[in-house]
Ligand binder design. Structure first.
Ligand code: ZN
Length: 220
């Protein structure tokens, strides 16, 4: 059964932990972009409470040397997908979460204005879990059914000089193939043709990358 979003864009049935790190989206600003991130706190460690603490400004800078370097940052994301596949929401989709920082997508700055940010618990070393791909794909389908999202990208694609997440372990081809279960989502994500090409053996799975990794953006 498909989960639902409330009017404000809160996912019914998911845990909601309110982050204070959000504000209003600019007037008349649509939600066009989905940004996938990874996070682990401390880096390389999974399952602890630090991500929730970080997004709610309760991270103890004395608890780990790395925490001291980020404890003053004010950050959030709309969603976190745990290793188990459990989804936690921190900011309603209607509001602007602070996940992308300085960023640009197709010449438009401040991606937080027009995007939804999903953190997937992980790092650059360990493969993401099957449960994470399942929940991420399900969540993506729900969001695409509700908002006019035209592309799904990684944080690395909108802030290439600063960010590498979701990193080399994130399997874009697998994620795209799972989204392919919904033809409309694939079409609207602009990844349908690439998936068909990959399935037809015209491009390798590795070559099928998010569109923004092309140096020259295409216009339709
Ligand atoms: Zn990120």
């Amino acid at each position: 059964m498909r989960p639902k979003l409330t009017e404000e864009g809160v996912l019914e049935g998911a845990r909601f932990i309110a982050s204070p790190n959000f504000d209003e989206r600019p007037a008349a600003c649509g939600i066009e972009l989905l940004v996938v991130h990874y996070i682990s706190l401390p880096p390389g460690s999974f399952g602890g409470p630090a991500i929730e603490e970080f997004f709610t400004n309760r991270l103890d800078p004395r608890a780990h040397p790395f925490f001291a370097t980020i404890a003053n940052l004010k950050a959030s994301a709309h969603f976190l997908v745990r290793r188990s596949g459990a989804v936690i929401q921190f900011v309603p989709c209607a509001k602007r979460a602070w996940h992308a920082g300085e960023s640009t997508w197709r010449g438009k700055p401040r991606c937080n204005d027009f995007s939804i940010g999903i953190e997937v618990e992980g790092d650059e070393k360990k493969p993401f879990t099957a449960a994470q791909y399942r929940r991420l794909a399900a969540l993506t389908r729900v969001l695409m059914a509700r908002y006019p999202i035209s592309e799904v990208v990684g944080h690395c694609d909108i802030a290439p000089s600063r960010k590498t997440d979701p990193g080399p372990q994130f399997d874009w081809a697998r994620y795209r193939a799972m989204l392919g279960m919904n033809g409309r989502a694939v079409r609207r994500a602009g990844i349908g043709r690439r998936r068909r090409d990959a399935l037809a053996g015209k491009t390798s799975a590795l070559a099928a990358r998010p569109r923004l990794r092309r140096r020259t953006p295409r216009r339709r």
